[in-house]
Design a protein. Structure first.
Length: 128
């Protein structure tokens, strides 16, 4: 019985991986003004800050978007294009460059995560 469950789980995972869609940053909701944070849901929200001119951001796009898709319905993930929000006021927390993942709870800054490995681990920690 245990083997049967293990095999079924393995087949399901292979099927999900094989059917995964290639997402882009454009497939996810972006904020256009830092004040948009005030409209976030209650609870935990992740905000990914990136630049279209950043090579690291471009390399991280597939990882971020796949995790954001998996988190859909569990933890909201918003994106902020630094080129679009830079002239739109400033957040109530420090931004020290891109890429960065901001964790907010009830619209309040909790933590900034830098580094692609750390950001991926943080995203995984929120998976259901």
């Amino acid at each position: 019985m245990r083997r049967l469950l293990l095999m079924g789980s393995l087949l399901l995972m292979i099927g999900l991986i094989g059917c995964s869609k290639n997402y882009t940053y454009g497939d996810f909701e972006h904020i256009t003004h830092w004040d948009d944070i005030l409209d976030f849901e209650d609870g935990t929200v992740l905000l990914y800050y990136y630049s279209p001119y950043c090579d690291i951001c471009a390399a991280f796009e597939d990882t971020l978007t796949q995790h954001a898709a998996l988190l859909s319905g569990h933890v909201p993930v918003y994106l902020a294009n630094s080129s679009q929000v830079v002239d739109q006021g400033s957040p109530n927390f420090e931004t020290t460059g891109v890429p960065a993942l901001f964790i907010l709870h009830d619209r309040e800054f909790v933590e900034m995560v830098r580094g692609t490995r750390q950001m991926e681990e943080t995203l995984k920690s929120y998976l259901p």
